[in-house]
Write a protein that binds this ligand. Structure first.
Ligand code: ASP
Length: 456
């Protein structure tokens, strides 16, 4: 049995849904189809989930039906019409949306959760109806009914261990199951969503739950690329990579597959195959437990902006027991999570995502570190980009760091920070955001186009 997930861009129009049907029908082991909400049809278009969030916020602020609601109804009714479904589809979508909006505003966070989840839920119902109209046995399954229980963390839910046990019984259902992605239910019966783009997570949980032989993740690109195609033209496609490599790459900006979605599949040893809905014959990229190392030290280079670093120095920091704990406690008091902490004997840098705090919080944090820890120096640096150079092959190759830093030096990129060691499959470089693209290009040329580097 396979679990197959289709992203929003694969479900944005009636024609797109027809392709999804063809893919599902082409292989009878494709048992569970997980669907996202309709995504963008063209670059300026709006995703249904974004429109739902706007509607939810509007409904909380004003006691009236949000004007955008009709736009959402129109998205679905157009898809239904393109699929040749009856006009009732439109009424049903409007009715369900109005019903959802009609209650629960006294708990705003949970209200927004159930409104957000409508995108996937309505789509799954519509797609099940379409599959049936094509003469295939298919049914919509609600995550609550299937036992997809999750933690009570709005917008950031995680599957509870018992969910996997309940989901196993989906194996025995007849026909194809159309399952809405992105949300589950708390034990108290509230709808809770995963983090954004979380339908990938649903697919992975289901694959684990039913012990699938494969988890196919259909999106709109032929493969995971070794570097962002917006930075380097026609980069190399990755055929196979490990869960650890994918985790590192998706953490730093590879958005093809949600980083949190790897764990359930990984735990059950299920291969994830990222494929293209518009080119299903292409082999795509396989994410596996182990792979043959035939590609050299590096498999991919990712980068992400929007970081800052808090640099703290204090003479004899290495001798002071509890220094690290106390500094992290200050961050915890401000509700901040951190990403990396490269350190030396007398220095420590903490890298954080910048959007988490404003200038006022920043000043307070610096002041507390200076006072409470009697630090010699506290410097906060903004607008950093992190570049992750990733590959299992690094463990067995000598000189990868030397090659990377030499390439960056040749491109006149000043390295603000390096972190390597804890993870044996990646090296992290912190650079100024202005240098990010230049740095990534230089690293790509070094590791993927050595011939080009040699002639320069
Ligand atoms: N529709 C949700 C989002 O836009 C989840 C998903 O597409 O996977 O984040």
């Amino acid at each position: 049995m396979k679990v197959v997930k289709f992203g929003g861009s694969s479900l944005a129009s009636g024609r797109a849904v027809e392709k999804v049907f063809e893919i599902a029908a082409a292989d009878e082991s494709r048992k569970i189809i997980v669907v996202s909400a309709p995504g963008k049809r063209f670059p300026e278009d709006e995703k249904v989930t974004d429109m739902l969030i706007d509607c939810g916020i509007y409904a909380l602020e004003k006691e009236e039906v949000p004007p955008k609601l009709e736009k959402i109804v129109e998205r679905y009714s157009r898809i239904a019409a393109e699929l040749g479904l009856g006009a009732e589809a439109e009424e049903e979508v409007r009715g369900r949306l109005l019903d959802t909006m009609a209650s629960g505003k006294e708990r705003p966070e949970y209200f927004l959760e159930k409104v957000k989840a409508c995108g996937e839920d309505l789509n799954a119902r519509l797609i099940a109806e379409y599959f049936t109209s094509r003469g295939v046995e298919a049914s919509y399954v609600n995550p609550g009914e299937a036992g997809l229980y999750v933690t009570d963390e709005p917008g950031n839910a995680r599957a509870l261990p018992e969910a996997y046990f309940h989901l196993k019984s989906l194996r025995d259902r007849k026909g194809i199951i159309i399952f809405p992605g992105f949300f589950g239910y708390s034990k108290l019966g509230d709808v809770l969503t995963f983090s954004r783009s979380g339908s990938d997570i649903t697919g992975s949980i289901l694959a684990n739950g039913i012990e699938a032989e494969l988890y196919e993740n259909f999106t709109d690109v032929d493969a995971v690329y070794s570097v962002n195609p917006h930075t380097v033209r026609s980069p190399k496609e990755i055929r196979e990579l490990t869960y650890r490599e994918m985790r590192e790459l998706s953490y730093a900006g590879f958005s093809v597959f949600h980083d949190e979605a790897l764990i359930p599949a990984y735990k059950a040893g299920i291969t994830v195959n990222v494929k293209n809905t518009n080119n299903p014959e292409a082999p795509g990229t396989r994410i596996v437990g182990e792979r043959d190392n035939t590609n050299g030290p590096v498999i991919g280079i990712a980068s992400d902006k929007g970081f800052c670093s808090i640099y703290v120095s204090k003479y004899l920091m290495n001798r002071e027991i509890g220094f690290g704990r106390r500094i992290l406690q200050i961050l915890e008091d401000f509700g901040l999570s951190y990403e990396h902490t490269p350190s030396g004997i007398d220095d420590l840098s903490i890298i954080l995502r910048q959007h988490q705090f404003d200038q006022a919080a920043e000043e307070q944090i610096a002041a507390r570190i200076k006072e409470e820890l009697e630090a010699d120096e506290v410097i906060i640096e903004h607008d950093l980009a992190l570049i992750m150079v990733v590959g299992e092959g690094m463990r067995h190759n000598v000189g990868t760091m030397a090659r990377a830093s030499k390439a960056l030096a040749a491109a006149k990129v000043n390295i603000e920070m390096i972190n390597q060691g804890s993870s044996e499959v990646s090296m992290m470089f912190g650079v100024k955001e202005n240098d990010e693209k230049r740095a990534v290009k230089a690293l790509y040329e070094e590791f993927f186009e050595p011939a080009r580097t040699a002639v320069r």
